[in-house]
Design a protein around this ligand. Structure first.
Ligand SMILES: Cc1cc2nc3c(=O)[nH]c(=O)nc-3n(C[C@H](O)[C@H](O)[C@H](O)COP(=O)(O)OP(=O)(O)OC[C@H]3O[C@@H](n4cnc5c(N)ncnc54)[C@H](O)[C@@H]3O)c2cc1C
Length: 537
């Protein structure tokens, strides 16, 4: 979709078709309708939910389309037991005191990893921790749950590259948290919850079609089945679908149609790309794409407060405080306790399974996270929504459908939670999925997610530049670097840029930073000289 947006700027130069097999664009950025009477809002974003304010390209697109992200404090609650497990970035707990020396050392280690990044790119977190003498418990209680939160995909936390972990703390474009030598996470960072994503993508499609004067068409319910590339052209076979988006195959597929193009962007998962290329894939494509490991996760969206209270801490209580800081009357900690007493409202919950603490489950409180539950419009705060130029109106509800006007937060019993069970094939026996009351389940959805294991950074990421642009093919998708909406967006811009389209946000230093990094990492090139103003000259 971002490549389509870039091509749409040049109706006279490109003729583009985007084929999407499901009924609407957006991929994992999906919204679902829920019962507004019962839950206080008429929809949820049930896949992608938000990002850090550094997601400059994502927010620039929102802005262009009349949408806004909503600021929300990124409060996290890890574990339940106050002595052994519970910690949070909202106030210090016993567990944070217990790991004081490890936490102090962690800051120094981050600096070493940064200085020797090319080496640590190939060292997984589970090897890095003993290398620096960290205790096993520090890994199990603090590091793995935190890593799972960043990379939430699969249940692969021990195998994540140490360099990627360092970047999440130190890289200005990816940074989510400020490290603190005393409390590990310095503060409650600001997050931005996304507006209704189905509307965003609907508006995005319209913007592309209008701006391109029809030279870029977005065709939904059409699946690409096969590709054949020659020196002169790319032949594509595609067929109509019923709008299903799963990897289980399509019932009653439409007749295959064959077309010729000059160039191809494959913005699908790496394994789907290999399937499509089939015997046409080069040796290098087979190695680089075949190295991406995928895992199956399931999200269960529910309203089961008992389940949540059984495994997590949803509410502040004074027994959760660090006794040491209370005795010392530590001024900063006292302020944090006071704040937590009134405002402890985590968005993210993480817990380790007791029998294998490297394996993790996560939950979200969507009512605390997503702004429609507080009465915000589906366009986001101050978002104007549909541009005046667009004659048609959106096909979906843009109102929150909130039950009790004036009431800031609904009671916990009315909250919508989502629990994600990770890595079906590696962890299913640990899942507590059966504990969720079936009558309180709102929605269940399977997702295929890439693993950020260190091998991804050894066998795929550095080699993308050797397959991009060869055989009339470019690749796009978050998997090319890191599973985040912002990377997915930037990867599409980069593919279109390499084919001659302009980068739409070249005047924004903020947006350009990640774009220039991505071009270098994935395509092995710099921005064109006329675009290298300011910082990037
Ligand atoms: C539950 C969940 C929560 C997440 N939360 C966040 C979050 O809060 N913030 C964040 O930044 N990221 C989040 N992510 C990650 C984020 O969703 C992804 O990084 C990003 O959306 C991936 O975009 P993509 O374009 O690479 O892939 P996709 O979104 O998977 O897009 C690929 C598209 O290709 C289509 N397709 C596949 N095969 C074919 C074919 N043969 N023919 C035609 N079309 C085809 C698919 O239908 C799909 O629309 C989350 C992911 C999940 C699963």
């Amino acid at each position: 979709m971002s490549a389509a947006l870039a091509f749409a700027q040049h109706p006279d130069r490109f003729e583009v078709k985007l084929y999407e097999r499901s009924a609407s664009p957006g991929g994992m950025a999906t919204s679902e309708a829920i019962n507004s009477e019962k839950y206080g809002a008429s929809y949820i974003n049930d896949g992608v939910q938000g990002g850090s304010p550094q997601f400059a390209n994502t927010f620039a697109i929102f802005e262009k389309l009349g949408f806004k992200g909503s600021e929300v404090g990124f409060q996290i609650s890890f574990g339940r037991d106050p002595q052994e497990e519970f910690w949070s970035n909202v106030f210090p707990s016993e567990v944070i005191d217990k790991f004081g020396p490890d936490i102090k050392k962690f800051g120094k280690v981050l600096k070493i990893i940064k200085a020797m990044e090319p080496v640590f790119a190939f060292i997984p977190v589970n090897k890095m921790l003993p290398m620096f003498g960290f205790s096993k418990d520090f890994g199990d209680r603090i590091v793995y749950p935190l890593v799972a939160l960043f990379f939430g995909t699969g249940n692969q936390t021990p195998y994540i590259s140490s360099a990627i972990l360092e970047r999440v703390f130190m890289d200005p474009s990816m940074k989510l948290f400020e490290y603190s030598p005393s409390s590990f996470l310095a503060s409650i960072p600001e997050m931005r919850a996304f507006p209704r994503l189905s509307l965003v993508y609907e508006a995005w499609k319209k913007e592309v079609e209008e701006k391109s004067n029809g030279s870029v068409s977005i065709v939904t319910c059409r699946e690409v089945t096969q590709v054949k590339r020659t020196k002169k052209s790319v032949t594509i076979w595609s067929r109509e679908t019923k709008g299903t988006n799963n990897d289980q195959g399509i019932e009653d597929p439409g007749r295959e149609v064959k077309e010729e193009f000059d160039q191809l962007i494959l913005a699908v998962d790496a394994d789907a790309a290999l399937n499509i290329l089939n015997r046409d894939a080069t040796w290098m494509e087979k190695r680089v794409l075949g190295n991406v490991k995928y895992l199956w996760d399931i999200t269960i969206t529910h309203n089961d407060l008992d389940y949540m209270q059984k495994y997590y801490r949803l509410e502040y209580d004074s027994s959760l405080r660090s006794k040491k800081r209370v005795e010392e009357r530590d001024e900063e900690a006292m302020k944090q306790f006071e704040f937590a007493e009134k405002n402890f409202r985590p968005l993210y919950y993480v817990r380790s399974y007791p029998s294998d603490k490297t394996k993790i489950e996560m939950s979200f409180d969507l009512t605390n996270y997503q702004p429609q539950f507080k009465g915000e419009s589906a366009y986001g705060p101050g978002g104007s929504g549909w541009h005046n130029s667009r004659a048609s109106s959106p096909s979906e509800d843009t109102h929150s459908g909130r039950k009790v006007p004036g009431d800031e937060y609904p009671p916990l019993s009315d909250h919508v939670f989502q629990t994600i069970f990770l890595d079906k094939h590696g962890s299913e026996e640990l899942w507590s999925r059966g504990d969720i009351d079936k009558h309180k389940v709102i929605l269940e959805k399977w997702w295929k997610q890439q693993s950020h294991r260190w091998q991804h950074y050894a066998g795929t990421v550095p080699w993308m530049m050797w397959i991009n642009g060869r055989n009339r093919t470019h690749y796009a998708g978050a998997w090319t670097i890191l599973n985040m909406h912002e990377i997915a967006v930037v990867s599409g811009f980069a593919a279109a840029y390499q084919l001659g389209a302009e980068y739409p946000f070249k005047d924004s230093e903020e947006c350009k930073r990640l774009f220039a990094l991505y071009l270098g990492a994935s395509h092995g090139v710099r921005m064109r000289s006329e675009d290298r103003k300011g910082l990037f000259k």
